[in-house]
Write a protein that binds this ligand. Sequence first.
Ligand code: IMP
Ligand code: MG
Length: 174
Amino acid sequence: MSEKIHVLLSEEAVDKRIQELGDSISQDYAGSQVHLICVLKGGVFFTCELAKRITVPVSMDFMSVSSYGDDTKSSGVVKIIKDLDDSIENKDVLVVEDIIDSGRTLSYLLDNLRSRNPRSLKLCTLLDKPERRVTEVKVDYTGFEIPDKFVVGYGLDFRQQYRNLPYIGVVELD
Ligand code: IMP
Ligand code: MG
């Protein structure tokens, strides 16, 4: 099976939007600091680009959860593969995710993080597919709402490929 990738959001469009998100976050956290939690692996490109555009002090930690297998279907099973290194107690936490699809992963993750008593807990996602929502999730910062298409690039993969594309593309299977 081969696949074709069509550009959905250009590198310029994504960069511009990340700058806007960085500006909003910097304003909202003015006088404070923000502890970014990158959801691996997909969130890593977005987290780094976003962090560079935040002007308040930033600290970062990484977490890995499984939600999808190697294909385009949700397993519905969420498991912590790698937990945070540091406590988030009394920190202003901002979870940074690549995409919210069914919402199952984030709903589980946010409940889990909330139980660790952060001072505040917010969510930033580069992409959101609202049509696909199964579990309600409150999103504080959204890069782009996109249609129900399987996308790759900027950290998002199809069978572990294409994470390094500097734009968001739609996968079309032949
Ligand atoms: P959810 O639990 O269904 O919201 O799934 C979220 C996770 O599924 C994301 O963090 C991605 O890893 C993966 N995912 C969902 N949609 C896509 C997509 O269009 N392309 C690549 N990965 C996706
Ligand atoms: Mg992800």
